[in-house]
Design a protein around this ligand. Structure first.
Ligand code: GLN
Length: 191
């Protein structure tokens, strides 16, 4: 199974390491032809405006959207989730816009710009998941096809919609690989 990791900006190396530990082949994606043969794609955290701009500049936006719409699983974390959302609060233009969710880009305020907490994510089993939030967005509304996987302090922070998975936090910065394993199962199921 080959997983592409969008590598234009942000925390792509950490995703790569975890996915390799889980036995997946990975490829860093900066050019459209690097998407060839990918069974799934990860869009990492970083800065969504920069990622969106570079995706347009490198002619990646349309091929990734086509790939996503034709059923290839996509997993976005933090800025990656913002890139996947079809609505961004504050009137900003959406990027890929493939998930039926609205996001608030910087919802965890100043004192909480960066923090770690244990989350209850039932789809991963009873063990709490250690989550790192860094200037994290949250999901302010979800469409009817979207399942909420986790809420933190009343805010939606993890969602799945068919073959799309998106999180407010960074699962690649802790040693827990269950979310990546969950994504690989989604990829396996889509083949
Ligand atoms: N809030 C950032 C943005 O708007 C995302 C932060 C992150 O990916 N850690 O892009």
């Amino acid at each position: 199974m080959k997983i592409g990791i969008l590598a234009v900006q942000g925390a792509f190396r950490e995703h790569e390491k975890i996915l390799q530990t889980l036995g997946a082949d990975t490829v860093q994606v900066r050019l459209p032809n690097q998407l060839d043969g990918c069974d799934g794609l990860v869009i990492p955290g970083g800065e969504s405006t920069a990622i969106g701009k570079l995706m347009r500049q490198y002619d990646l936006m349309d091929p990734i959207r086509d790939m996503a719409k034709s059923g290839t699983p996509v997993f976005g974390t933090c800025a990656g989730m913002i890139v996947m959302a079809n609505r961004i609060q504050g009137g900003e233009e959406s990027h890929l816009g493939v998930m039926d969710v609205e996001v608030n880009r910087n919802s965890f305020g100043r004192q909480k710009e960066s923090f770690e907490t244990d989350l209850d994510i039932p789809v991963l089993g009873p063990e709490p998941f250690p989550a790192v939030f860094i200037r994290a967005p949250h999901i302010t509304s979800v469409g009817p096809e979207v399942s909420v996987l986790c809420e933190y302090e009343g805010r939606v922070v993890a969602v799945q919609q068919d073959h799309y998975l998106a999180l407010s936090f960074h699962p690649e910065l802790t040693g827990d690989s269950r979310i990546h394993q969950h994504f690989l199962s989604m990829v396996e199921a889509s083949k």
